[in-house]
Design a protein around this ligand. Structure first.
Ligand code: NDP
Length: 287
């Protein structure tokens, strides 16, 4: 006789505010496509003051794991049992995995970007590449650490607030072979000689139509211009880069792959990135 078990395998998302976050759509579409009928993903509004209780409840409810979003990615590090080396270097976690009560914190944001770089932009070799990151926030940090781990030749960090940029540079000093530069963002930035340009600020986040202040006329068709903003996929920045002949990489791939990596950590199954991407594209188109 088939075993009866009405208790689902629970995963979810802790954030605040979180009600408009569409991650549930892509994760549940992947559950369905793999026929993981007993798995659920729930979106939970967790105010900052309740984060510790919420993380304890992962054990209580035997949740398999959660995603973390604003404002929990840094504070949650205090409440898990183990943190991966990469997440420690980044200084933030966006995914928790529960192995029989032992909670491990991962950061899949940077790895999501790296997968998109490889699969969507077809960039596999980084040792000869020079990258520039605009911004020094959480997403910039995650990407900078992963690029450094993969042995990128040089990394230039550009930030408006000097201290934040220099803190990131300082944290990257541990990578001995990495050529590091910092530019204070108080003028139009030269982008000569850059292979991969990554827009990791919130400039151009809908409905804002601003574009970062850089010298667009220095772009060539050999440059890959990336924007982390996933919606709209073609941001005002990417439009400007396209008219200056750069190749483009949008932020939707990063969003999908960071979710796919978390999904795999929880379920030990490989989800279809296409299924996940389509669910988000449909949502973004209609909302
Ligand atoms: P943070 O708030 O941690 O960092 C924001 C960064 O943007 C800071 O470096 C800040 O500079 C800079 N910035 C903001 N406004 C301006 C401005 N007007 N001029 C110059 N610099 C500015 O945000 P996150 O790192 O979490 O997110 C950054 C972007 O990445 C967002 O657009 C977000 O949507 C996107 N993202 C996409 C993901 C994906 O999966 N596709 C995942 C995570 C983020 P300063 O230090 O001077 O304040």
């Amino acid at each position: 006789m088939k075993e009866i078990n009405f208790t689902p395998k629970l995963t979810g998302l802790f954030g605040h505010p979180v009600s408009e976050n569409p991650t549930v759509l892509m994760i549940e579409s992947a559950f369905r496509s793999l026929k993981l009928d007993n798995w659920r993903y729930i979106t939970l509004d967790v105010p900052a003051d309740n984060l510790e209780q919420a993380i304890d409840s992962i054990r209580l409810f035997k949740m398999r794991g959660v995603h973390l979003t604003i404002p929990h990615k840094v504070q949650a590090m205090k409440h898990v049992d183990v943190i991966t080396k990469e997440a420690e270097m980044i200084g933030a976690i966006n995914t928790i995995v529960n192995d029989n009560g032992k909670l491990t914190g991962y950061n899949t944001d940077g790895k999501g970007f790296m997968t998109s770089l490889q699969k969507d932009a077809k960039i596999v070799e980084l040792k000869s590449k020079k990258a520039m990151i605009l911004g020094s926030g959480g997403a910039a940090r995650a990407i900078a650490v992963e690029l450094a781990i993969e042995g990128i030749n040089s990394l230039t960090i550009v930030n408006r607030t000097e201290k934040r940029g220099l803190d990131l540079i300082n944290d990257l000093q541990r990578f001995d072979d990495l050529n590091l530069n910092f530019r204070l963002w108080d003028h139009e930035i030269d982008i000569n000689d850059i292979d991969i340009l990554i827009q990791a600020t919130s400039i151009g986040l809908y409905p804002n139509k601003d574009i970062p202040k850089i010298k667009y006329d220095q772009m060539t068709q050999n440059m890959l211009a990336c924007d982390l903003i996933p919606n709209p996929a073609v941001t005002p920045f990417l439009k400007e880069c396209e008219s200056n002949h750069a190749r483009l990489l949008d932020g939707l791939g990063m969003l999908v792959y960071q979710g796919a990596i978390a999904f795999e950590l929880w379920t030990k199954r490989s989800p279809s990135a296409n299924v996940m991407k389509r669910s988000l594209e449909t949502f973004f188109k209609n909302n």
